[in-house]
Design a protein around this ligand. Structure first.
Ligand SMILES: [Zn+2]
Length: 200
């Protein structure tokens, strides 16, 4: 099965009159056709690969590529070529990728912004992704007062941050709460002892 390749599609044709055919020597009408090529992956056009065109003498039917055209025919051909716009959907694949990257970047930036807000204004139930040294664990906010947050350590730790989700169960927070000053909390976040804040 072929997943990628290139494909040419007819874009535009125009009748060009008053040009002498270099083959049959008649001043006849020529049909100039422009084809757009694009690269595709699966069935999705990814990006344009330029345009190609031919002329056909309506009298003797000879078809000519640009390099075979007489100067006057080539000039007419170039005018037609300008009118043949590359359709925007030739960029579909790159467009989709750009949109996905944009959405991911935006939601990641939004998440970072949220975490800063959550550290500034802690709420009961916030979960901190905590990395005091080589391991990862969670802290759950049990209460908040004027100057401090009181957190419960998770009973488990992991070697990978991505495994922290598995620890986030109410039954894993059994120890007694201890206080962290709000100043220290900000410091922990700055120094990446607290890596992230999750709030439902
Ligand atoms: Zn001809």
């Amino acid at each position: 099965m072929i997943f990628y390749g290139s494909k040419g599609v007819h874009l535009h044709s125009e009748q060009v009159s008053g040009v002498k055919c270099s083959h049959c020597e008649q001043t006849s009408t020529h049909t100039v056709s422009i084809y757009g090529k694009y690269a595709y992956v699966y069935w999705i056009p990814f990006f344009p690969l330029g345009k190609k065109g031919v002329s056909e003498c309506n009298h003797c039917k000879i078809t000519l590529e640009p390099k075979e055209m007489s100067e006057s025919l080539k000039l007419a051909y170039q005018n037609v070529n300008v009118n043949a716009k590359t359709p925007i959907w030739y960029w579909s694949g790159l467009g989709i990728i750009a949109v996905i990257i944009g959405v991911l970047a935006f939601s990641s930036a939004q998440h970072d912004k949220d975490a800063i807000t959550y550290i500034d204004k802690p709420l009961v139930g916030d979960i901190y992704e905590f990395k005091p040294n080589d391991y990862y664990s969670l802290l759950k906010v049990a209460s908040v007062d004027q100057d401090s947050v009181y957190v419960i350590s998770n009973d488990y730790e992991t070697e990978r941050q991505s495994d922290l989700n598995d620890l986030d169960k109410a039954s894993n927070f059994t120890s007694k709460p201890y206080g962290i000053s709000k100043e220290d909390l900000k410091e922990y976040f700055k120094s990446k002892k607290i890596l992230d804040v999750n709030r439902d």
